[in-house]
Design a protein around this ligand. Structure first.
Ligand SMILES: Nc1nc2c(ncn2[C@@H]2O[C@H](COP(=O)(O)OP(=O)(O)OP(=O)(O)O)[C@@H](O)[C@H]2O)c(=O)[nH]1
Ligand SMILES: [Mg+2]
Length: 1072
């Protein structure tokens, strides 16, 4: 470690008022790690010459090579501000979209954030995302506008232009914050009113901010970034300088004799200096004067850059150096790279670490100032409302707010991720230099041993020199045995103590995400501790915290205890914690709400070892990888493939590297990315493929064809398809008949169902417990959400066809919460509504009984929705309406015992019915559907510094389309927003980079699903189509291509046309 000793940090850890837990957030490449370097250098951990070049917190090899951060990492810094000493637990986070889950894990442990924005690029998509994440976690942000040097050197703006540009960036950032704020105020106000209405009482008054007033009355000025508020720093991390208005106010109040307070208010804004009157006046813009900020601040920086970097004027540089009173070493001023001299001057004149750290200490909250609102948010378990939690649990809220390190304070710790470290790098296995006392002690021991031996052997005299040489030999030998450790990965938990003192070896409860404190409290004896047996309580286990570490970037330091309010590493939890967990000594503690992940893992590959015998190693490696990455998912498919799901290509690459080099240590091969599809049904087209309207005769033609198919393929006595699209199927034993129709759901409904999957899942849980006769205390907010969903569905499902449909919903699927609906249209069957939890109790008593096999129909639907008929991908946006359901109850004896049998029969029925309805539906006349593949489209953002023609070329080739393009004002940068199919997105980033010589860099995130416009089952049927496409229609059919690729991968039967007369075709080609 550098200048700050471990003891110092340990002593600072005890004073939570002076602790700041903060993370650095930004869009990719805006300079987070470079800024972190400057802050780390201020503690002497790295040399200030290397600050910005070393990127100390990017400790992985691939991070250094690719130049992007992939893991968030923490470091503890010491800073003296005024007469106080502060401990700063700093977390650097990645900015690349693929790693946004790492941002979530960092944000959860912090109280504040430093948001970095590139002065040239301004607010980028990830900037918005991180601001939102900070907002969702209720942490306070401050702003650093970085890379100001680029405005001088690259864009060659004048100081006045730069001022306007900076103002614009601030406006952009504040616009994002404003949107977040407005939506929150409106939401909370609606909620409050609702609660008041329901309960007829006033809401509890201990909220930090009172949102209940109207939007215009709410004071939101503290939320915005403004230099005069002291929450903005202008910086160039690479050149080592940065300042807030405060520093300049300080300088000029001394030099010009203007009051500091006045300067603080006027240095930013439309003020100018009237030289004659020696006064600061308003209205610089109107009068065409230089604003104060330009005159007193930017001009100085501009002239410094001009002298040092642009004109390299030796004399002027000397003048500046003396006037600033900084010392420059001769080798710096002689250096061939002017940047060296520049950063030597700047880092003394306006050290960025000082500007940023002072702002952090002043503006970011300490752990003691945690908002009650945030605590309630963290502690509210799932659907339950905070005040419905057990009393003891609610008491814990004070423990959070007090952040007390007293003996009797309960220990509450949250682990946000697990990270792998080489066992050799752990401090207990590391050979460390001995302290003076240890050396003295060992010397003393050795001397005694030696003296004893001497005395025993003989009384020969030994001179002191050889004696001490001997002793040094002994000390060396002493430390040898510690090295014998086989290289192994161990996991360290990235965690924060919210209350109490964590001690090494202490035992705590591990609370799983589904743990219910009410259940725990009622089962466990009072006053029981984590050392007792808790095996019978679900989602609760005990563990001991073997080791505690101070996180110091690349290194870990051992600690004996850690008081509340600190970020720490915990060793020895790998058996108990998978990715994140809540640890506590109090069984009343609820598990924290799960982390908000912005990215959905979408890229999946199948992985297998090069040598099949190494399968066990691979399995173990994948398990470790799963634990070490907050976002990667590892699963085994039904086909037995080991599948890895990652957030994007870069993330995939990192996971594969990790697997190969660290976790499995074997050669592996990964399949081509598996592209997810969805299947759906759509209305049949009104026009054919050559844009001719489909007339009567042609329809006859279609029906004719399908009839033919049906008579060939299926036994038509059990399957019947009527002209309206209703499919009726009878089981082979002729006891049951089911009639089902598949109807496409309106797009908005599908979207709504998709976005409300959480609500539907909760609804399903509530229904389940109602069915079991338990009642669940559901929060008002959840009920609200459910009835909201119902109302929205009702408003979207309008028209004759959907009359009363919402009430008749039988189930959602697949997995009971997917975007498909099973509808009960059976005449005379009244089943309990899925919305029964809304009609509190009153109807529950008269609950209508379920018919036999009700569940079988549901599971048949779930199965069918999970794997569609085209290529066994999940369905989406399909409504199955059950219109006929006859079961002969007086079954012959041999069938009566076989409920199991029957139910599987039903499932099969339902399934094949659905298959039937979608596959043969083209024949139907009035309400027919046609199955279509859906596929996902990621949205792409491209920032290019050149006319974006080449970007369009690449996009066009990959079937993408541009949604929006914009030229950033004042720069020559384009921002292009486009979508392209996931299937075409692999290698896109590389291709774009190559074709634009690295100037454009895309960021891909999953956007939405879209129907592929071609029909995989299409064959020419009309005369025009025959003319146009030929009998075989062997021109490219995109949907068919995708479908066959999926079928082939899954080992399903692929029907493909074989070229019959190859030669003839070739001659045809030649003749043309
Ligand atoms: N001109 C200029 N370049 C800078 C400045 N700060 C950082 N850079 C450069 O910007 C690039 C990205 O810097 P990083 O610090 O790695 O960016 P980051 O935000 O940590 O990136 P990710 O962690 O990948 O999101 C590097 O090439 C830096 O040298 C600056 O103040 N001025
Ligand atoms: Mg970085």
């Amino acid at each position: 470690m550098g200048h700050t000793s471990l003891e110092k940090i340990i002593s600072l850890q005890r004073n939570p008022a002076n602790i700041r837990n903060l993370c650095i957030l930004a869009h990719v490449d805006h300079g987070k790690t470079t800024l972190a370097d400057c802050l780390v250098a201020s503690n002497g951990i790295i040399s200030s010459r290397l600050a910005g070049k070393l990127r100390y917190l990017d400790s992985r090899e691939d991070e250094q090579i690719r130049g992007i951060t992939m893991k968030s990492s923490a470091i503890s810094l010491h800073y003296s501000h005024g007469d106080q000493e502060y401990l700063l637990n700093l977390i650097d986070s990645p900015g690349h979209v693929d790693f946004s889950s790492e941002v979530s894990t960092a944000v959860r442990l912090c109280d504040g954030a430093v948001v970095v924005v590139d002065a040239v690029e301004g607010v980028c998509p990830q900037t918005q995302v991180v601001l939102r994440q900070a907002w969702l976690e209720n942490i306070r942000p401050v702003l650093v506008i970085n890379k100001i040097d680029r405005l001088v050197v690259e864009l060659k703006l004048t100081s006045q232009e730069a001022y306007t540009h900076l103002k614009k960036i601030l406006e952009q950032v504040n616009a994002v914050t404003g949107t977040l704020f407005t939506s929150k105020v409106l939401e909370e106000r609606a909620e409050k009113e609702e609660e008041k209405e329901k309960e007829g009482e006033k809401p509890s008054g201990d909220q930090v901010y009172d949102w209940s007033a109207g939007l215009e009355e709410v004071d939101d000025s503290h939320l915005y970034f403004s230099p005069d508020q002291g929450n903005v720093v202008f910086a160039s991390a690479i050149d080592g300088w940065g300042f807030s208005i405060r520093q300049f106010a300080h300088i000029y109040s001394e030099r010009m004799g203007i009051k500091k307070e006045v300067l603080l208010k006027t240095l930013w804004g439309d003020f100018y200096l009237n030289m004659k009157a020696k006064r600061i006046m308003k209205g610089a813009q109107a009068k065409g004067k230089k604003p104060l900020f330009v005159q007193l601040v930017l001009d100085n920086i501009w002239s410094l850059y001009d002298a040092v970097v642009i004109r390299r004027d030796k004399e002027k540089v000397e003048k500046v150096v003396t006037s600033l009173g900084v010392k420059v070493m001769a080798r710096d001023s002689r250096h061939s790279d002017p940047k060296v001299l520049l950063s030597a001057i700047c880092s003394q004149w306006l050290p960025v670490s000082q500007a940023v750290l002072s702002m952090v200490c002043e503006k970011l909250p300490s752990p003691l100032e945690m908002a009650a609102e945030r605590v309630e948010k963290l502690m509210s378990v799932g659907a339950r409302r905070f005040d419905s939690l057990p009393e003891q649990t609610q008491h814990l809220k004070t423990a959070f707010l007090q952040c007390s390190s007293e003996e009797k304070a309960p220990v509450i710790v949250f682990v946000s991720k697990m990270f792998a470290v080489d066992a050799k790098a752990l401090p207990q296995h590391r050979q460390r230099p001995l302290t003076q006392e240890e050396i003295a002690e060992r010397r003393e021991q050795a001397r005694r041993r030696h003296a004893d031996r001497m005395a025993a052997e003989s009384h020969r005299e030994t001179d002191l020199v050889s004696l001490s040489a001997n002793m040094e030999n002994l000390t060396l030998k002493d430390s040898k045995p510690e090295e014998e450790e086989e290289p192994k990965e161990t996991f360290v938990a990235f965690a924060r103590v919210y209350s109490g003192v964590v001690r090494r070896g202490q035992r705590v409860f591990v609370l799983g995400p589904k743990y219910d404190p009410a259940q725990g409290l009622s089962t466990l004896p009072e006053g029981c501790s984590a050392s007792d047996d808790v095996s019978e309580i679900p989602h609760l286990s005990c563990c001991s915290m073997e080791n505690l570490y101070l996180l110091m970037g690349r290194e870990l330091e051992e600690l004996q205890e850690v008081p509340a309010g600190n970020v720490l590493g915990i060793g020895g939890l790998e058996e108990y914690v998978l990715k994140s967990a809540t640890l506590s000594t109090a069984p009343a503690c609820p598990p924290f709400t799960p982390l908000n992940f912005e990215a959905t893992p979408i890229v999946r590959v199948a992985i297998e070892p090069k040598h099949p015998s190494e399968m066990p190693k691979l399995v173990r490696g994948m398990r470790l990888l799963n634990q070490a990455d907050p976002c990667a998912e590892v699963l085994i498919q039904e086909t037995g493939e080991h599948v890895l799901v990652t957030a994007g290509e870069v993330h995939l690459q990192r996971c594969l590297d990790d697997l190969r080099d660290r976790f499995a240590k074997i050669e592996i091969s990964a399949s081509e990315p598996i592209i997810p599809f969805r299947e759906t049904v759509v209305r049949p087209p009104k026009v054919d493929m050559v844009n001719e309207e489909l007339g009567k005769q042609q329809k006859v033609a279609i029906i004719h064809q399908v009839k033919e198919e049906a008579s060939q393929g299926r036994s038509s006595d059990t399957l019947h398809l009527d002209s309206s699209g209703l499919v009726t199927l009878t089981t082979p034993n002729r006891l049951a008949t089911v009639g089902i129709r598949a109807i496409p759901l309106p797009q908005e409904v599908t979207r709504l169902l998709e976005s409300s999957s959480e609500v539907i899942r909760t609804l399903e849980q509530v229904n389940m417990s109602l069915r079991e006769g338990k009642s669940l205390d559901i929060s008002v907010r959840t009920l609200e959400a459910i009835s909201d969903l119902k109302a929205q569905l009702e408003s979207l499902l309008q028209g004759r066809k959907w009359r009363n449909a919402v009430e008749r919903i039988w189930a959602f699927g697949p997995r009971r919460y997917g975007p498909n609906i099973l509808l009960n249209s059976v005449e005379g069957y009244q089943r309990p509504s899925v919305w029964q939890c809304l009609s509190r109790g009153d109807k529950a008593s008269e609950a209508t009984a379920l018919r036999d096999f009700d569940n079988s129909i549901i599971s048949g639907f779930q199965l069918a929705a999970l794997s569609g008929p085209m290529c066994e991908e999940p369905l989406m946006g399909v409504c199955f309406s059950v219109e006929r359901w006859d079961v002969q109850s007086t079954a012959p004896p041999q069938h009566q015992d076989s409920v199991e049998d029957d139910s599987t029969d039903h499932e099969a029925t339902a399934e094949s019915n659905m298959e039937g309805s979608s596959e043969t539906a083209p024949s139907a006349e009035s309400e027919p559907q046609r199955p279509l593949l859906n596929h996902g489209l990621p949205s792409v953002l491209t920032a290019a510094f050149l006319p974006p023609g080449r970007v369009y070329g690449v996009l066009g080739k990959r079937e993408g389309r541009v949604l929006h393009e914009e030229m950033k004002e004042g720069t020559d940068m384009f921002i292009i927003k486009a979508v392209l199919p996931v299937a075409e997105s692999f290698g896109f980033a590389d291709e774009i980079r190559k074709r634009t010589s690295g100037l454009a860099s895309p960021q891909l995130v999953f956007s939405h699903w879209e129907v592929i416009s071609s029909d995989p089952y299409w064959v020419p049927t009309t005369e025009e189509e025959y003319l146009h496409f030929g009998e075989k229609a062997d021109s490219e059919n995109q949907a068919l291509k995708y479908m066959n690729a999926v079928r082939r991968r899954k080992g399903l039967y692929v029907e493909e046309k074989i070229v019959e007369h190859a030669e003839k075709q070739r001659t045809l080609g030649k003749n043309k």
